[in-house]
Design a protein around this ligand. Sequence first.
Ligand code: PMT
Length: 221
Amino acid sequence: FDRGLLTGKTVFITAGPTREPLDPVRYISNHSSGKMGYALAEAAQDAGATVKLISGPVNLPAPERIERVSVQSADDMLTASLSGLEQCDIFIAAAAVADYRPTAISEHKIKKGSEEIMELHLVKNPDIVATVATHDHKPYTVGFAAETQDVLSYARGKLERKHLDMIIANDVSRSDIGFNSDENAVTVVTSGSEQELPQASKRQLAGQLIEKIAQSYHLTR
Ligand code: PMT
């Protein structure tokens, strides 16, 4: 694509999982590897953007010349996302944020008791992309929707509920695409359009997605 597509623009991208601690040695998390978000960060940089990559714990090296802010929990990811948001033109939420976290973090390792069943109490995490999309300095805001059923209708619901400009619907019921694999296949959804992008490597797909996002961004600004 045109390498000047996002020259002068600042793009924030969240990537990877969040970790929600239970005690000093345990946490709740998910299978996100960060590959999709990191590929988007590189593609946005190739398009000329200044990129801030807000990353949960992953096993990927920081892409060259990209500012990476490493975070653990959803709360940390929210703080990093809101910091400098006034400068952000496009916000892309590729992270798999834990919807809930333990109500309390135990100061010491939780001991095994005699009971067979143990109950965990969880409280809802802040919704990062929805917070960004309702901010005074709302950037062009893009979410992902990871779904295992009724992918498009759930994605449309999230587009509206979270006040997003675009949502990238991701069927994560298949093991060859989505979480942790090297390939993905998605449908790009805006309020007035829907376009399927067939299975490809996350690197290739990231290039196509950045092109679509940039075009749509320029149309709406
Ligand atoms: O990391 P990989 O292994 O490469 O896998 C890529 C991916 C499958 C994780 C990625 O393509 C993807 O779909 N990311 C979104 C995963 C997700 O948690 O989706 P969701 O439908 O639960 O959330 C919807 C949107 O809200 C997402 O943009 C999410 O980042 C955002 N969100 C969700 C909850 C929350 N508390 N804050 C958020 O910002």
